[in-house]
Design a protein around this ligand. Sequence first.
Ligand code: ATP
Length: 325
Amino acid sequence: MTQIKNIGVFTSGGDAPGMNAAIRAVVRAAMYYGIEVTGIRRGYDGMGKGDFFTMNRKSVSNIIQRGGTILKTARCDEFRTPEGRKAAYEHLVKNKVDALVAIGGDGTFTGAKVFGSEYDIPVVGLPGTIDNDLVGTDFTIGYDTAINTVVDAVDKIRDTAESHDRLFIVEVMGRDSGLIALRTGIATGAEAILIPESKTGLEGLLNRLEFGRKDKTSRIVIVAEGEDAGGAFEVGRLVQEKFPNYDTRISILGHIQRGGAPSCMDRVLASRVGAAAVEALRDGHRNEMIGLINGEIAYTPFEHAIKHHQGIDPNMIKLVEMLSM
Ligand code: ATP
């Protein structure tokens, strides 16, 4: 058992629904074990500037249902430099913070890995990103809420598509990963999806529209923002050029996908891994992400968690095609 007296907690990178539930779990679990908690505002930026405050039970009252992050979040270029990380470490020492819980995505863990190798301070991470693009957890905190938001929005778009016999190209988030597009494509009965991992890409989509069933009245195509053809507007332009008879419209869902009250799944996930992070620090873990695999807490070294290898199951891509016949 490692004697940890004061855990610093922060959120970093893009915000995700459920981050607040994770902060709450870290604070309450730490109190349970008699450990103090220091809140660090705006991620690595606040760490480098000493923007710290003491948290207690009440600091996390009434936040489990709120989207965003009460600790705020930021991207911070100084932390990429040795001087920036030195300033952060000095503030941690000054404030007697002797362990860290980082809540964020792959960039956050890349920073944590570098920091943990330079300075003798245990750091563990919680997967907080809507992208679900980390290895070492079945789902990331925020993903479930985000995909439900997308499904809700696409269902509404479908009403218009059906009423006007239109083809809608809907762009969803996912710079490097098509996991949001894939799952929501299945759940909304999309005609096709276009994702960075796709082998057939734009050509596959155009073929599908050319040779697919002709008697459909509405069509939904889900496009991940990071796919190769250049996003929904470019895809829409090419589709319109090739199929001038289709009444094609574009919809970019944008930031609504990040916001809103976290789903039950995200709250429970965040609560479980948040409490487990405190226990992991007590048990001497460091430089690991705490995730959930098959319902069990899982510990994955940062360098492995950020490898993006969760990958896309080709059967899921086939499923979209098979079911939209
Ligand atoms: P999301 O997946 O939602 O975008 P993220 O955690 O990947 O979240 P990033 O903006 O990529 O978000 O990273 C967050 C912060 O982590 C960066 O602003 C930077 O301060 C820090 N960081 C990222 N990469 C490094 C690195 N190589 N060295 C040091 N710090 C880094």
